[in-house]
Write a protein that binds this ligand. Structure first.
Ligand SMILES: [Zn+2]
Length: 259
């Protein structure tokens, strides 16, 4: 049976990603246990593994309850303090799960938090990335613990993944992100089309995820700091002497914080 990947909604706009093969399951970033337990119990799945991208409460708040209920094995960033972690992970570590049968590689992507990681791999032969609060559909996470330059490098690392990689981020922020993206690049036709599509999905309360790296490269201003139009917009917002994309990125991130 192919694996299923589904979002479990939590809090206002979090997605807890559930991957299962019909018998065994793993979840990514369970900030809340109750909505996960509801699905696991309803479908009589076995929650064997929990993957964590970073330490924020809305990503790890459900871990203790889930571990107590199901005895799941917890994998998370070695560089962060987590409520529970059986297997601390470093850059390029391999995460091999037996049930469900999945393999991921770990990428260090600091910036949102100092030890933030992503999980990349193949599910049903398609490349996927679970990137927490670093790359969002149409945007990126706030920089809480790292520097703008670290966040810029982390996003570029994700941007190097194969174009067809499915991007599973942890929040439904797409519409607000694309409103900002349109302010940055009003003439980007791919972006306008994506905005309309996103609006239609949200009118029906449907998730706008996963995205793909190709879509992000075409429409996400935080991956487009090297484009002349994006540079010009940043320059208008705040004149800067350097043409380095990281400078443009830094202005965009500050602009978005106040948008
Ligand atoms: Zn976070």
């Amino acid at each position: 049976m192919p694996h299923r990947i589904r979002p479990i909604e939590a809090f206002n706009d979090n997605y807890i990603w559930l991957i299962d093969d019909g018998h065994d399951a793993c979840v990514v970033d369970p900030g809340d246990a109750a909505p996960v337990m509801k699905v696991i119990n309803q479908e009589q799945l076995k929650l064997t593994n929990i993957l964590l991208t970073h330490h924020h409460h809305d990503h790890v708040g459900g871990v203790d309850t889930l571990v107590k209920a199901y005895g799941s094995r917890v994998w998370g960033p070695a560089g962060e303090v987590l409520p529970h972690c059986d297997q601390p992970l470093f850059e390029n570590d391999e995460v091999s799960l037996l049930c469900p049968n999945l393999t991921f590689k770990v990428l260090d992507i600091p910036g949102h938090t100092a030890g933030h990681i992503a999980f990349t791999g193949l599910i049903n032969r398609l490349p996927v990335v679970f990137c927490g609060d670093t790359l969002f559909a149409g945007g990126c996470g706030r920089i809480f613990e790292g520097t703008a330059s670290q966040m810029f490098d982390s996003l570029n690392k994700l941007a190097q993944l194969p174009l067809e990689t499915r991007v599973y981020c942890a929040h439904e922020y797409t519409l607000a992100n694309l409103k900002f993206a349109r302010a940055v690049e009003p003439n980007n036709t791919d972006l306008i089309a994506r905005y309309e599509k996103t609006l239609a999905l949200r009118h029906k309360y449907l998730p706008t995820l996963p995205s793909t790296i190709a879509i992000e490269l075409a429409t996400n201003p935080f991956l487009r700091a090297n484009k002349p139009d994006v540079y010009q917009s940043a320059q208008q917002r705040q004149a800067h002497s350097s043409e380095e994309p990281v400078e443009t990125f830094t202005i965009l991130r500050r602009w978005k914080n106040n948008f």
